[in-house]
Write a protein that binds this ligand. Sequence first.
Ligand code: IDP
Ligand code: MG
Length: 153
Amino acid sequence: MSKIERTLIIIKPDAIQRHLAGEIIARFERKGFKLVAAKFMQISEDLARRHYAVHQDKPFFEAVVKYLSSSPSLVMVWEAEGIINMSRKIMGATFGYEAEPGTIRGDFSCSRGYNLVHGSDSPQSAEEEISLFFSPDEIVKYEFFDTVWLYGD
Ligand code: IDP
Ligand code: MG
């Protein structure tokens, strides 16, 4: 099995406006992922710029900063073995119109930029992104009583 990882998941402004927060949380929750931190907030433009700093030279940078800071988001940290790859699969391809049905973006987005959800794409970006939104003491430590039923022996 892979090792326990954490990832930053953001339910973005379009998903909140479209009443999809519960639907998106349910997909991660039912998969067996553990929610370890959450903050409902309007992300400032400055924080959005820092979050998307890797894209600062891309033509869509200003648009994505404006989008992420346009209305409240639900920012979360989820934990599981191998969660970074698994959550990217659950989210689907970046553009809603290309994402496969069965994925969050494939089921609910037909847009290019407005794609409902963010998920870290590597352990290093997860660590950096989590530290932008949460201090270490805001990450909650607890055990699921059914871990053996999630992962087997
Ligand atoms: P990801 O969210 O699947 O990791 P990235 O390439 O990291 O995709 O892009 C970050 C975000 O920027 C995307 O989720 C999307 O909201 C937005 N974005 C990416 N490419 C474009 C584009 O070509 N036009 C408009 N927005 C884009
Ligand atoms: Mg990305």
